[in-house]
Design a protein around this ligand. Structure first.
Ligand code: BG6
Length: 503
């Protein structure tokens, strides 16, 4: 019997009642941006709050030659630059000795042996007990071989979990192939396909909003909702990721995963409980019910030169590493339908893109107008229909637009907002999505990760869209950087007598 764990006051009031088991986290792709900007800062923040396992180690693995000390130094700088918490020497001093590095050519057998030896060493020295989390921050083509090697070296001791970054494959066929390869050796509950949007507080709050409040459920359907608008707008360009982005485009980078997951969370039925299976069963039903939009209902765009937040920026085709005649899209808008009883005939207008006017992710639930306003003509002229607006980021919160009487003798009605802002309501800062997700994987909780059937449904829709895109060549660029996308995206709604939410 193991000794009872010491009481950790930091866990009081938190969802987790225990720290994760001792374990070693191996990051494949440790020289990449994600490790520096997200993973290590998230691990530091977990350490800062005392949420890491009592015995813990991180092994960075990548092709670049690096010593343990060089890796530690680079990660220290990453924490200073990117962690949400201030740098504290004593936190770092606890974490740093557990950081190791292994130079690894992914297809080299002996390198895999070296990694296995390091893992045995940290088991002995740091007490990680043979428990392993492997984080794959590498392109999908590199994952298969690595997973086979891990399976081959698996001993009976401890548990193994795999966290797999997006993109999970490149299309339905490759995703299926990858799923088959992984599940040949690992069980679904050992596989954690990450979609970091699910780790965002505000996305989880959508579940709280819908299922912890009695007032929304009766009106959360086609009878009361006119339509839904989901926007994932970024002001940044493709940064230094042309190699990846040229292959992916907006449809694979964000539409296939983050955006469709937001649709699923908005449209899903209440799960019977909050377990991984129940939540994912409901989400996958929405994804299955998504009607493939026709070509007229999907708009793609690519940015030209323009001004973003006051700065002049180059066109997509002028970005470093992008082909001058590139046909890769940096914007997608679509009108989607969820074909079920709750949502039949209720459009979900979605749009997402890079180099848009500003960074903003929102889910807007637009309700139908009041059936018969009994006021004099003109009294409610400027009144807009009720909108429940979920600010996923930034300015995290929820806002409800309602009509209110303007003070004075007459009866004039105007739209006002009831706001809930995280910053005002809670003292705690908002954790980064990766903190939540890395911790969940170490705890073995897959609720906020995508299941194989979800990924495949998402790809099926994307494949259908990409197939009809191959038939024509739009004239790119078709929107200026710093705007809200091509005119055709506006037309998509105007044709239905609607428009995108005003900014
Ligand atoms: C990633 C995409 O998954 O999400 C990036 O690959 C994008 O292109 C990023 O910039 C956006 O994430 P966030 O959390 O900043 O909205």
């Amino acid at each position: 019997m193991s000794a009872p764990e010491e009481h950790n006051p930091l866990l009081d009031g938190l969802r987790i009642k225990r720290r994760p088991d001792p374990c070693a986290l191996v990051i494949f792709g440790a020289s990449g941006d994600l490790t520096q900007k997200k993973l290590i800062p998230a691990i530091y923040s977990l350490a800062y709050r005392g949420l890491l396992p009592a015995s813990f180690a991180v092994i960075g693995a990548a092709r670049t030659e690096e010593t343990d000390d060089e890796f530690r130094e680079r990660m220290r700088a990453a924490v200073v630059d990117h962690a949400r918490d201030p740098f504290k020497q004593e936190v770092w001093d606890e974490l740093a000795p557990g950081l190791r590095y292994s130079t690894l050519d992914f297809s080299d057998d002996t390198a895999q042996d070296r990694l296995a030896a390091i893992l045995e060493e940290v088991d002995r020295e740091r007490g990680t007990q043979g428990n392993r989390v492997f984080y794959f921050a590498v392109p999908p083509s590199a994952i298969g071989t690595l997973i086979d090697e891990i399976a081959e070296r698996r001993t009976g001791q401890g548990w193994t979990r795999l966290i797999i970054e997006k993109p999970f494959g490149h299309d339905l066929a490759s995703a299926k192939e990858l799923n088959a390869r992984i599940t040949a050796n690992f069980h679904e509950d050992e596989i954690f396909r990450i979609d970091h949007y699910l780790g965002k507080e505000t996305v989880q709050n959508m579940l709280a909003l819908r299922f912890a409040n009695g007032i929304f459920e009766p009106i959360w359907n086609r009878q009361f909702i006119d339509h839904v608008q989901i926007t994932v707008a970024e002001s940044i360009g493709i940064e230094a990721r042309a190699g990846y982005y040229e292959q992916a485009g907006a449809i694979r980078d964000i539409f296939q995963n983050h955006l469709l997951q937001l649709v699923a969370i908005t449209a899903m039925e209440p799960p019977i409980d909050f377990t991984a299976e129940s939540v994912r069963n409901e989400k996958v039903k929405v994804l299955k019910a998504l009607h493939t939009p026709g070509p007229k209902h999907v708009v793609r765009g690519q940015y030209g030169r323009g001004f973003v937040e006051g700065e002049e920026v180059v066109a997509y085709r002028e970005e470093e590493g992008v082909a001058p005649g590139s046909m890769t899209e940096s914007f997608v808008a679509a009108k989607l339908y969820v074909d079920n009883w709750r949502w039949a005939d209720t459009p979900f207008y979605v749009r997402m893109g890079k180099r848009l006017a500003r960074r903003e992710t929102t889910i807007a639930i637009q309700f139908k107008r009041a059936p018969h306003p009994p006021f004099e003509d003109g009294a409610a002229e400027g009144l807009r229909p009720n909108v429940l607006l979920i600010h996923v980021q930034p300015n995290e919160g929820v806002s409800l637009a309602i009509g209110a009487k303007v003070p004075g003798q007459g009866m004039t009605i105007r739209t006002v907002h009831m706001d809930f802002l995280y910053g005002g309501a809670f003292r705690e800062g908002i954790p980064d999505a990766y903190e939540r997700l890395i911790l969940d994987a170490m705890l073995g909780d897959a609720t906020l990760f995508t299941r194989s059937d979800e990924t495949e449904e998402q790809w099926a829709l994307v494949d259908a869209i990409v197939a009809f895109w191959q038939r024509d060549r739009p004239s790119f660029p078709n929107y200026a950087a710093g705007t809200w996308g091509p005119a055709a995206a506006d037309d998509l709604l105007h044709r239905d007598g609607r428009s995108w939410r005003r900014h």
